[in-house]
Design a protein. Structure first.
Length: 362
C-alpha cells in the first residue's frame, strides 16, 4: 500500500495541538466565508439581545473549510460551554439520551458528521431540538413505559460533508443553515498570514501566494503545507521563506503547482497511459494505482473533477484535456474529437430511459 498523501494524511497529536492553536477564537478573526459569517453574526447577536440560547445551527460543506472552528466560535460568542461528539459515536438512542440529559442550560452541543447518526437517535433528536424533551423507554414489550425527560434549552450545532444525506425532518429543525464554500487564493493568503504570525514565521508575499495556490482552496491544507514549508526552511537554514523556497519545499513533498499530490497524479497518469484517457471503471482504475476504490473516489476524485481534470460518465472515468497537458502529454487526435454524446450513452447500445443507464463507472 502506498504511503498516505500529505493533503489527506492523518494528524499526529502534536499536529492537532498546533492546528487547534491556529483556529480563530471569534468571528472577527475568522477569514473568508463572508456571507455565512455575516448571517451567523446576526443570529448570535439577536440571541444575546434576547437573553436566550441561539437557534440550532447546521454547517455543511467539504472537509477543512472551518465547520468545527465555527462551532467553537458559536460557543465562545454565546459565552457558553461546548460539548463535542460525532454522528458515528451515537449509534443508539440511549447514547444520545445520556448526552442530552447531562447538558446544562445554554450549553452548545456540537455533532460532527451528523448525517452518520443512527435512525433511532435521529428520531429522538427531533423532539429534543423542537420541544427540549426526550422520552426514555423503560422495559420491553407490552410492559414498556415511556418516561418524559425535560431538557434545559441548548443549542445544537451540526456539521456535515454530505448535506443531501440528512433527512428532511432533521434538516428543517435547524434555525440557521450555512454552506461553506472553497476559499480563493487571496483568502487563503490571509489565512496563511495569520497562521505565520502565530507560528512566528517570516514569509514574504510571493511565498504566501505560492503556498496558497497549492492548497486546494482549503484552509486546513494551507496550514498543513505552511508547517511543512516551515520544517523545510528550518532544516535548510532559511530565515525568510520566499516563492522559490516554498516551491522547492512543496515539490519535495510532491505537491505540484495545481495542488495535485502523488495519488492525484497517479490516477490521471494511469488513466492516460494505461487506458488511453478512458472511459474506465472506478474499480479498475483503483487497482491500476494500487489503492482502495473508496480512497480514489473520496480522496482524489472530488478535487480532480472540480479542477476539470477528470470526468465521470456512466461508462467510467475519463481524462479531460487539461489533465493531458498538465502531465505533459500531447492530446492524441480523435480522443476528444469523438461525439461527446457517445460518452453519456449506456454501454452496449442505444440510449434508453435515464433509469436504464448502466451504473456509473462500476
Amino acid at each position: 500500500m502506498a504511503e498516505p498523501s500529505l493533503v489527506a494524511a492523518g494528524e499526529e497529536p502534536e499536529e492537532r495541538a498546533i492546528e487547534a492553536a491556529l483556529r480563530p477564537k471569534n468571528l472577527d478573526d475568522f477569514v473568508g466565508q463572508h456571507r455565512v459569517r455575516k448571517q451567523l453574526s446576526l443570529v448570535l447577536k439577536a440571541s444575546r439581545m434576547r437573553g436566550r440560547s441561539a437557534d440550532h445551527v447546521l454547517f455543511s460543506g467539504p472537509p477543512g473549510l472551518g465547520k468545527t472552528t465555527l462551532a467553537m466560535i458559536v460557543a465562545a460568542e454565546m459565552n457558553a460551554p461546548l460539548r463535542i461528539s460525532s454522528g458515528p459515536a451515537i449509534q443508539h438512542a440511549g447514547d444520545l439520551a445520556a448526552i442530552l440529559s447531562s447538558l446544562s442550560e445554554g450549553e452548545v452541543l456540537f455533532l460532527d458528521e451528523i448525517h452518520r447518526m443512527s435512525r433511532p437517535a435521529e428520531e429522538m433528536l427531533y423532539m429534543a431540538m423542537e420541544d427540549f424533551r426526550v422520552d426514555i423507554v423503560v422495559g420491553k414489550g407490552a410492559g414498556a413505559t415511556a418516561i418524559p425527560l425535560e431538557l434545559p434549552p441548548f443549542t445544537l450545532v451540526g456539521a456535515t460533508t454530505r448535506a443531501g444525506l440528512l433527512p428532511g425532518p432533521l434538516r428543517d429543525r435547524f434555525g440557521f443553515t450555512g454552506h461553506l464554500e472553497f476559499y480563493s487564493v487571496q483568502e487563503l493568503e490571509l489565512v496563511l498570514r495569520r497562521s505565520a504570525g502565530l507560528l512566528d514565521l517570516k514569509v514574504n508575499s510571493a511565498g504566501f501566494t505560492e503556498i496558497a495556490g497549492r492548497s486546494r482552496g482549503t484552509p486546513r491544507i494551507a496550514n498543513r503545507l505552511l508547517r511543512r514549508v516551515r520544517d523545510w526552511a528550518l532544516v535548510h537554514g532559511i530565515d525568510q521563506i520566499d516563492a522559490r523556497a516554498a516551491s522547492a519545499a512543496l515539490d519535495m513533498y510532491e505537491v505540484d503547482k495545481k495542488g495535485l499530490d502523488r495519488l492525484d497524479r497517479a490516477v490521471l497518469d494511469a488513466l492516460i497511459t494505461k487506458f488511453g484517457g478512458g472511459p474506465v471503471g472506478l474499480s479498475t482504475l483503483a487497482i491500476a494505482v494500487g489503492e482502495e476504490t473508496e480512497t480514489v473516489e473520496t480522496v482524489a476524485e472530488p478535487f480532480l473533477v472540480r479542477e476539470g481534470l477528470l470526468g465521470r460518465t456512466p461508462r467510467g472515468r475519463i481524462a479531460m484535456a487539461p489533465a493531458w497537458t498538465h502531465l505533459g502529454y500531447a492530446i492524441p487526435s480523435g480522443v476528444f474529437a469523438q461525439e461527446q454524446l457517445d460518452l453519456f450513452e449506456p454501454a452496449g447500445g442505444d440510449a434508453g430511459p435515464a433509469g436504464e443507464w448502466a451504473p456509473e463507472g462500476q
